[in-house]
Design a protein. Structure first.
Length: 308
């Protein structure tokens, strides 16, 4: 498949892996790149020494393109731009901040830049900043969100109609059927986050993966809509149900408590497990390559069945 996204990024399949904090590192990201998609290394953990080491590992694990996400809300030091440039990275996604801040510097260094946006206003500002493309993120996806969430079905065509740069759809994308829907809305690529959590190569604890496999589409919660701080979508647990009902008196970030225990220790009550609504559509753990193969095959089948 060829789209402006695959052509820009030099990838075979128009699938980008979400930049999940602590998780989007070489073990998972190299598998994504080797399967023909775009693996992304995260910076939202703030552990830049570890990120540098992960980029080195990526070059040993894949000869395919990969990128880095600059999560501005979590990495506020402007030296992050020079850091990414020095690593020889050619593709950057920027998120959780103003695209005016880093886009010009990154593009002046010859990098391709996509910015993550939750609404039309953000998309127009990113285009004004000079980005090469947009990742348009619906509120059904997992992770940190704009409190005024808009679904992918509404947001993607709204943005596509207003901009000329390629759009990548994020939120609710899990297979060929949902990718076909995103393309029908005008997207030229998709992001997979929660589906990648359940990939065989994903380093998170099996308890989290099994919770996703057991989940219904209603088994996530949208938290902190009233602030302060960002809103987010997470797996429903006793902890997140309490936050949903009572709020987070100590601030939403205090509720994360021990992220490592959640992600890699399997204690889902030790913090917050960021998860999208598509958890309700995932029923198996598979290698990334198999996920992508099935996605592309099912995409073709869905498109072929559409009435003409």
């Amino acid at each position: 498949m060829k789209t402006r996204v695959t052509e820009m990024l030099g990838i075979e399949k128009p699938i980008i892996q979400a930049a999940m904090g602590w998780i989007a590192r070489s073990q998972l990201s190299s598998a994504v790149s080797n399967a023909g998609g775009m693996g992304i290394i995260e910076t939202s953990s703030g552990e830049l020494d570890a990120v540098r080491a992960e980029i080195v590992k990526m070059r040993a694990l894949t000869d395919k393109p990969f990128g880095v996400n600059v999560a501005q809300a979590f990495v506020r030091d402007p030296s992050i731009v020079q850091f990414v440039i020095e690593q020889g990275v050619r593709f950057v996604t920027t998120s959780a901040g103003d695209p005016m801040k880093y886009t010009a510097m990154l593009k002046d260094a010859g990098l391709t830049v996509f910015h993550v946006v939750p609404n039309l206003a953000g998309a127009l500002r990113a285009v004004e900043a000079g980005v090469d493309g947009l990742i348009v993120e619906g509120g059904e996806g997992g992770g940190f969100k704009n409190p005024k969430d808009v679904s992918t079905m509404v947001l993607v065509p709204q943005v596509v109609a207003a901009v000329d740069v390629p759009v990548v759809a994020a939120g609710g994308i899990v297979d060929g059927r949902s990718m076909a829907a995103a393309f029908a809305l005008g997207a030229e690529g998709v992001v997979m986050g929660t589906r990648m959590l359940t990939a065989a190569e994903c380093p998170v604890h099996d308890n989290w993966k099994q919770a996703i496999l057991s989940a219904d589409a209603t088994d996530t919660v949208f938290l902190n809509r009233a602030g302060p701080g960002p809103a987010l979508r997470a797996l429903r647990t006793e902890r997140t149900t309490r936050i949903e009902k009572e709020g987070a008196p100590g601030g939403i970030f205090a509720e994360f408590a021990d992220t490592q225990a959640v992600y890699f220790g399997g204690d889902l009550e030790a913090g917050v497990a960021l998860t999208g609504q598509v958890a309700g559509r995932i029923d198996s753990v598979m290698p990334v390559a198999q996920i992508f193969e099935e996605t592309m095959r099912d995409y073709d089948a869905v498109v072929a069945r559409l009435p003409r």
